[in-house]
Design a protein around this ligand. Sequence first.
Ligand SMILES: NC(=O)c1ccc[n+]([C@@H]2O[C@H](COP(=O)([O-])OP(=O)(O)OC[C@H]3O[C@@H](n4cnc5c(N)ncnc54)[C@H](OP(=O)(O)O)[C@@H]3O)[C@@H](O)[C@H]2O)c1
Length: 280
Amino acid sequence: MSSPDRFLLAGVMGWPVMHSRSPVIHNYLFSQHGLTGTYVPLAIAPDNLAGALRGLAPLGFSGCNVTIPHKERALAILDTVDPVARRIGAISCVVVQRDGSLAGTNNDAFGFVQNVLQRQPAWRAEAGPVAVIGAGGGARAVVYSLAERGAPEIRVINRTLARAEALAREFGPSVKAVAWDKRQRALDGAAMLVNTTSQGMVGQPPLDLALDTLPPRALVCDIVYVPVDTPLLSAARRRGNPTVDGLGMLLHQVRPAWKAWFGIDPEITPALRAVVEATL
Ligand SMILES: NC(=O)c1ccc[n+]([C@@H]2O[C@H](COP(=O)([O-])OP(=O)(O)OC[C@H]3O[C@@H](n4cnc5c(N)ncnc54)[C@H](OP(=O)(O)O)[C@@H]3O)[C@@H](O)[C@H]2O)c1
């Protein structure tokens, strides 16, 4: 892969994009693997998305990640979209094919599951009901992955009930929509709790959720990763629940992206995690 006549190129398209930690992750990996290449933040205004994506092949990019606000819009622009991205309803990764055409996939669900398994190897989705807080883009990937792995019941609790109901309709009978004011009761008997809302993120208030009704052995996950230790995770740890933070979800998504772009499956090491954590 490392070749004197080929400079590897990838990036992330977003608007805004400069907050993204993806360049830190990918550029660390280029250096660890001794590759000549770079991963750049690409600030692409929504109206320029189609043109920017079409520019990837002629510029020699292997592909790119897409983030807010482009994840849904990219679906309609790419030449092919795989069934995972189609089902989640969003693109997270674009791969330039040999013929210059653009293939889209979504690695968020893979990242979520692999992160949980790396931190809690004994975790099984079938272990019991899962309470998912939120019904936005992140929630769609989390619900998809939990349903795929056989979670017997997925309680989607969202401030806007209609969005939770839409998820329940789409993902089938194991997914149940729960109104925001019933959220405490929805933790009853749960084997796992996942926050997919933006609450607890830097600049946002903590998630408004008391954990009293959550079983003490339930696994508590947050997909927010700025900060890594969210108020939800510290509250869960204080009462003895095992926890998994959201940073690894971002890190593990890199593996299928690199496989598709460069033919390499990079290892997600503590050193990589520490490099990214130092920027948060
Ligand atoms: N670790 C990772 O790799 C990863 C991947 C994806 C996302 N994330 C993180 O996940 C978070 C959500 O991202 P997203 O793309 O899913 O965003 P999104 O599509 O905008 O969804 C936001 C969700 O948060 C809920 N919410 C917003 N304000 C709220 C409030 N005051 N009270 C209760 N609920 C509220 C929304 O509820 P309504 O429907 O009622 O508006 C919605 O369910 C962000 O922090 C993002 O960085 C992390």
